[in-house]
Write a protein that binds this ligand. Structure first.
Ligand code: SAM
Length: 364
């Protein structure tokens, strides 16, 4: 491994934005997580499979996640590999963002100019944000806006530095967002609204996939939005970012052809998901589409995957994941007035899952 000292590091190079101490701390987390997923998860999985508690003859339906957990938890709790995996996952999640924040603050003078947009993104919330949004998702201390540059910390340090190594072998872990953007029902759109855009990971892929479209992207996190705006400016893209709730966008009626989101819905309770579909219906012109990508439905996952998703969500500060994975999203879409509702698996195995639907035309 090549060691780059702080004096040699060029902050314009993504892997070198973090100082040496920060890189060492995050590399330790990477080693722990890759060792864990590489060596321990398969062991735990084998143990579950060999126990037979999810075998077809037990009659357990994966949609009944309480029954799945009751069957599997006692088996894994007895396994040292699982206990180590549980402890290290919890610990690595708890420390990743604070270490990123500290690394940012140590180099604030250097990094702040790279993190700041030409002007802060406009806040349309009037301070009225849903209570569920203030939860510390993924164990992020202080929540989405727990630091004035949390967007930069999440994007550059947690996602680009840590998660690309844990999940992507250094590759583009955001390629799936581009693949998802390409799966929207029409080939072109004039006006797209991206809900829960974060630092623009999906928004920028939408801009690639639909270069002619006017894109409006909303989120509730000021710091995520500010860095999204900065990323768009750096890429030479004209995207309209606003701080607003997905269920109360403040945008005009019938002003969009596509209302979309990627991994937003599992971060809200079912009543808010219903409000998002209602808001999308209001925003769409007749014939327009929704296209929402989110967590796989437990009912179509294997027993092991459903257990693993649910266990991970419980230990990864994802309070609404289980409900999103067991709520009938297609039914919510139909209740909101949509037609041609379809659910599809973006990847084999059933996670993530896409939902597409159409606002009917008058003549329908
Ligand atoms: C997991 S991130 C996904 C970000 C982005 N779509 C992506 O592909 O990486 C979820 C985002 O949804 C935002 N969010 C959660 N609830 C929201 C709501 N009701 N309205 C707008 N944004 C919301 C959070 O602030 C966060 O930035």
């Amino acid at each position: 491994m090549t060691v780059v000292t702080d004096a040699q590091a060029d902050p314009r190079t993504p892997g070198q934005r973090i100082d040496q101490r920060g890189r060492a701390e995050l590399e330790f987390v990477v080693a722990l997580r890759t060792g864990m997923t590489g060596a321990l998860r398969p062991k735990v999985r084998r143990r579950i499979e060999e126990s037979g508690v999810l075998a077809p003859e037990t009659g357990i339906d994966t949609a009944d996640i309480v029954a799945v957990r009751e069957a599997v938890d006692p088996v894994v709790e007895a396994a040292a590999a699982h206990r180590f995996q549980a402890a290290s996952l919890r610990w690595s999640r708890e420390i990743s963002t604070p270490r990123g924040v500290e690394a940012f603050d140590r180099r604030r003078e250097l990094l702040e100019p790279m993190a700041t947009p030409s002007a802060p993104v406009e806040d349309l919330t009037d301070g009225d944000v849903p209570r569920y949004w203030t939860y510390e998702f993924h164990a992020t201390e202080g929540g989405w806006d727990g630091h004035d540059h949390m967007g930069f910390v999440h994007h550059e340090m947690v996602y680009q530095y840590l998660l690309t190594k844990i999940y992507g072998g250094g590759g583009d872990i955001f390629a799936l967002r581009r693949a998802f953007a390409d799966r929207a029902p029409a080939d072109t759109y004039a006006d797209i609204v991206d809900l829960g855009c974060g630092t623009g990971q999906y928004t920028l892929k939408l801009a690639e996939a639909y270069p002619e479209a006017r894109i409006t992207a909303l989120d509730l996190s000021q710091s995520e939005l500010n860095y999204a705006q900065r990323r768009a400016e750096d890429a030479g893209l004209d995207i309209s970012f606003r701080r607003a709730a997905a269920e109360r966008t403040g945008l005009p009626d019938e002003s969009a052809d596509l209302v979309t989101s990627y991994i937003l819905l599992h971060e809200m309770p079912p009543h808010a998901i219903k409000s998002v579909f209602a808001e999308a219906y209001r925003l769409l012109r007749p014939g327009g589409h929704v296209h929402f990508g989110d967590v796989g439905a437990y009912a179509t996952r294997s027993g092991y995957d459903a257990w693993n998703d649910d266990w991970d969500a419980e230990h990864g500060n994802e309070p609404w994941w289980r409900l999103a994975a067991t709520t009938d999203i297609a039914e919510i879409a139909r209740e909101a007035g949509f037609v041609d509702v379809e659910r599809y698996e973006l990847l084999p195995g059933g996670h993530p899952m896409g939902t597409t639907a159409r606002k009917p035309l008058q003549e329908d």
